[in-house]
Design a protein around this ligand. Sequence first.
Ligand code: AFP
Length: 338
Amino acid sequence: MKPVSLIQFLIEERRAGHINAELSLLIEVVARACKRIGVATGKGALGGVLGEAGTGNIQGEAQKKLDVISNEILLEANAWGGHLAACASEEMEDPQQIPDGYPKGQHLLLFDPLDGSSNIDVNISVGTIFSVLRCPDGVTEPKAEHFLQPGTTQLAAGYVVYGPATVLVLTFGHGTHEFTLDREIGSFILSRRGIRIPESTGEFAINMSNQRHWEAPMQRYIGELLAGKEGPRGRDFNMRWVASMVADVHRIVTRGGVFYYPLDAKIAKQGGKLRIMYEANPMAFIVEQAGGAATTGRQRIMEVQPSGLHQRVPVFLGSKTEVEVATRYHLEADGAQG
Ligand code: AFP
């Protein structure tokens, strides 16, 4: 079969009426910026890009040099194209306006420029996660409130994993598709069209070291998985945890599985660990479009009305059957507490 490049795929999506020219250009620009981030992360110690930047972000986290570099690459690439009204990032407290002198577009872009950055220095896969919204009509200087739209209004979502291969996974709401970077020609080539995540799975991902802090329904659910075939679930389950959400989710998009970052006593005050606008919502859109499910443990992630640009939520996503069982245990417990 003749290889299909990302550009060709975007033209097909435009002809199918799934996207307009401006959104197509936006995705091209983000993909190109991610190629540059891939080159920077690939240099490792030789590029002088490892280690701390000596600065902190809005989340109070120490920034890695590559967090700052990746953020700059995405801001710069998206400043002049005329397809954006503004963008927002995990690394910035407030939205970034399009510099004066450049045309403005009708889209809002949100991104986690380098997810899993605590894994960079140990050479484990990291990634970029992004989500695209429509800028409300008549708004020329978008503020944080203009980004606070539920995940169901996303026009596009994607992530790029910088691993052994550089892989882009993308959805416009018409299925989820994978592109692999051909490093020789420097182009993303379609490697899987219309991905389907198996409904059931024997593989789960969670940070087990937080177990003692979990809510009772999560203790029950994971306890049953660990009990294996002698337990109520009657089958064995295996565990994986990369601590880079983008890598854990890509494994699930590739062979199925389920990923949990539930609420626990340590993070209850902040509402969760992962950020809804540029981690949970885009991953939920990608997973749902591939036949999986994504909840907070109590409701569909994409139906949450966001209350803040850096709001955190619990995340349950992946193979439908397991997400539904874990969510049901939480709702039953809430019901019992009534
Ligand atoms: P960093 O970007 O700070 O490394 O955080 C990664 C992350 O947001 C997400 O990618 C992981 O799934 C999760 O945090 C890992 O959390 P733990 O460190 O608690 O395992």
